[in-house]
Design a protein around this ligand. Sequence first.
Ligand SMILES: [Zn+2]
Ligand SMILES: [Zn+2]
Length: 413
Amino acid sequence: MKVRFALLVKPADEGSFRAYCQRRKLSLPKKTLLQQYCILHSKYFSRIVERGQHIDYHSNELVPYQQIHVDGFPKTGSFGRVDKAYAPSQPHTVLARKEIFANYDKSELDKRIQKEVETLKKLDHPHLLRLWGTYTHRRTFFILLQPFANQSLKDILYQKDMVVPGNLLLNWILDLFSALTYLHDQDIIHRDLKPENILVEGDLVYIGDFGLSKISETATDETATVSGTELYKAPEQQSGGHYGRKADVFSMACVVVDLLALGNNISKPHFNQFLAQHGPKTCHRSNHMCFRHNLGVVRFVLSNIEHNNGLGKLCDTVQYDLLQEEPRYRPSALDALKSLQRSLGLRKGFKKLPCCHLDGVTKYEDASVKSLTKKLDALSIKGGVAEGRTESMEEGFQKLLSERGASKTVFSC
Ligand SMILES: [Zn+2]
Ligand SMILES: [Zn+2]
């Protein structure tokens, strides 16, 4: 059977199979057979995107990619729709397929997307989603990525009663900063780091959507969810002025705070509430829940959780260095990675999982003097805690810690 169908395969540039048959005056026994053939043809003989390749499918050509059903998918993200897909002729290559929201026009945008895609093709890091390839069909642009991850960090943070082992959470922190260091080395600024853009597959985390946020700026009109992005923005990002790599460091530090909170049994909805309740209530854009306008409360939480679990050094690094309001006092992603790794090295029982090597991060300089100056800087920080509320904040914090029951705390030593 297969051989016969193979003999019938038409060249890809000869239009639809039906039109091809009519033109060649091929007589086929029945319509159903024709349909069967078309299905088989699409499964086994359509062009597939090889690794690193781009294909422009003709509008009447059969695209072999099929959706695999997964609960919660297709998911609509900030710049497009994502589903799980594969080509039957390549059954072991399971891909995340992103459909870019854009009235795809083969001119300016085409060049822009291609340029971004060229950059993405070169990226190779164990904690970044890998670009498999791209294709266009009927004026829509599709990006194929690996691996397919069926949940984001946001799903994990907001999932009720979610417990992630403490050692794994700490590994994620290093892995994320390692991936961010790599991105910055490649001259890519993410600009929109938040739990939604961090994917979790098995035990591993992956930064996703890097560089693509730039495409979406022109391709779509304001599809980004303002509130989600708002919470993790660095102080310098709100003014609409220039910002650089250090903004990513701030946003990633906010993600680290979320992970530390999760490890201390604080669920994200309660944490948000706590920030809104005890902060200065100055930020309507985020319903008073963003990190940058609530740094005082974030510091309170960090200094209180560190006592219980031997994470003092790590919490210090996060609150005094990474969450600096002034970008110039914030460390680079590499320096952040170094300090975090050093802090975790001091923690009894911490074990780096063998998912990646943190290259070049073996030597540390003693940054104690520098960090003392920064600590003094931090003391003068504005925009923190609502005045005269210290006591009730402590009470509120105790409530926050007991919300999910102490038995689930994963950072206890
Ligand atoms: Zn705000
Ligand atoms: Zn790793």
